[in-house]
Design a protein around this ligand. Structure first.
Ligand SMILES: Cc1ncc(COP(=O)(O)O)c(C=O)c1O
Length: 394
């Protein structure tokens, strides 16, 4: 089936990008091959001169990877996509591919720890200056611009506090400065937020999260216009090799087929849990992007089609309270991962955001009592019962 734009998103998730072989298989074929053979020397030459379409080597391209990329592009409404081995490979490639020594990058300080490392430590090592701003403050984005600013980078909702940044307004500021905007859309998922439609130039995902959604493999994907991908991404992947394994691309391709139903259910569950827990005396703060009391509720309404599969809340008693709560859970498991079929709880201050230090955490509002819950596919009542019994132990 062609990746027709006339089909609705859930239909595209099931069919778009399918390349059916001569055997007429229903499920997409897994091409576990490193290389390809040519019918003649002349054909090999034509392929290498780009005079004839076709595959050469799986570091550059592979039919199973191509199906995953085409399905992601069709769902996201992007002209082009390139898959990578991990989400961090996607972020690093998208940012490094655009800059050279002497350039400048602006990023929101509310970033996943490894993304912050890329912006704060890795880019400057190669002569690319970076400025971190409070992503919720548009004036700070404007003031950070320099004549050599090449790109803006943000994630929204942010990890772990689920703050929501105004993508359309930040894209305008970037474009006025002659810079691009790259959005890490992991927490929103492609179902609930479309950064390209809001003005971003590039979207990146850790496909490890909701796109697989079942804890099986790592992966990443970079999406944008044909020009953005050709100019900044394609050659860097081809020459330096952060390429995805065809096996992992196949797992992710099959994951996309169920993404719509999974993420809808996980989002409904997160909303149910937020309601069940909000007035609990052991909780001092509840953050859920679908709630009217969310600090950026108006932006959520403007730019997101759904809430989130995650809920963040602060447990009474700081680190000791949060640990007592987590350790008393029987069904929800302790993990730093998210977007899984299994509900997972994280204490960011001692895990994902431990490396940035106490001062940076305080600045970001990541308190010692804060926990982040990634809602899975279990029955919501079982999850609520587990969370409530564990809160009783605090
Ligand atoms: C917001 C965000 N971006 C990027 C990544 C990196 O993805 P990966 O673990 O697939 O490299 C993560 C992983 O936790 C994440 O939460």
């Amino acid at each position: 089936m062609p990746a027709s734009k006339s089909y609705r998103p859930e239909t595209r998730l099931v069919h778009a990008g399918t390349l059916r072989s001569e055997f007429g298989e229903t499920s997409e074929a897994l091409f576990l091959t490193q290389g390809y053979v040519y019918e003649s020397s002349a054909q090999a030459e034509r392929r290498f001169k780009n005079e004839e379409p076709g595959y050469q080597y799986s570091r550059f391209a592979n039919p199973t990877v191509a199906m995953f990329e085409a399905r992601m592009a069709a769902f996201e409404g992007a002209e082009a996509a390139r898959a990578t081995a991990t989400g961090m490979a996607a972020v690093t490639t998208a940012m490094m591919g655009q800059v050279k020594a002497g350039d400048h990058v602006v990023a929101s300080k509310q970033l996943f720890g490894s993304c912050r490392y890329v912006v704060e430590e890795l880019l400057p090592r190669y002569g690319v200056a970076s400025t971190l701003v409070d992503g919720t403050d548009l004036t700070q984005w404007k003031n950070a611009v320099r004549p050599n600013t090449k790109s803006f980078f943000l994630e929204s909702p942010t990890n772990p506090n689920l703050e929501v940044l105004d993508i359309a307004e930040i894209a305008k500021i970037a474009h006025n400065a002659g810079a691009t905007l790259v959005v890490d859309n992991v927490f929103a998922t492609p179902l609930w937020q479309s950064p390209l439609a809001l003005g971003a130039d590039c979207v990146v995902y850790s496909a490890t999260k909701h796109i697989d959604g079942q804890g099986r493999c790592l992966g990443g994907v970079i999406l944008g216009s044909e020009k953005f991908i050709q100019d900044n991404v394609h050659n860097l992947i081809r020459q330096t090799g952060p390429s995805i394994s065809p096996f992992n691309a196949w797992v992710l391709l099959k994951g996309l087929e169920t993404l719509g139903v999974r993420v809808r259910r996980q989002t409904d569950t997160a909303a149910t849990i937020a309601v069940a827990l909000v007035d609990n005396p052991k909780i001092t703060r509840m953050i859920y992007p679908g709630r009217p009391d969310h600090p950026q509720a108006k932006i959520v309404q403007k730019q997101m089609k759904g809430g989130s599969t995650l809920v963040a809340f602060e447990v009474k008693g700081g680190k000791a309270g949060a640990f007592r709560f987590q350790d008393a859970l029987k069904l929800v498991r302790i993990s730093n991962n998210l977007g899984d079929a299994k509900s997972l709880i994280t204490h960011p201050a001692t895990t994902t955001h431990q490396r940035i230090g106490a001062e940076a955490r305080a600045e970001l509002g990541i308190t010692d009592g804060m926990v982040r819950l990634s809602c899975g596919l279990e029955h919501p009542d079982d999850l609520c019962e587990d969370l409530l019994q564990a809160l009783d132990k605090v």
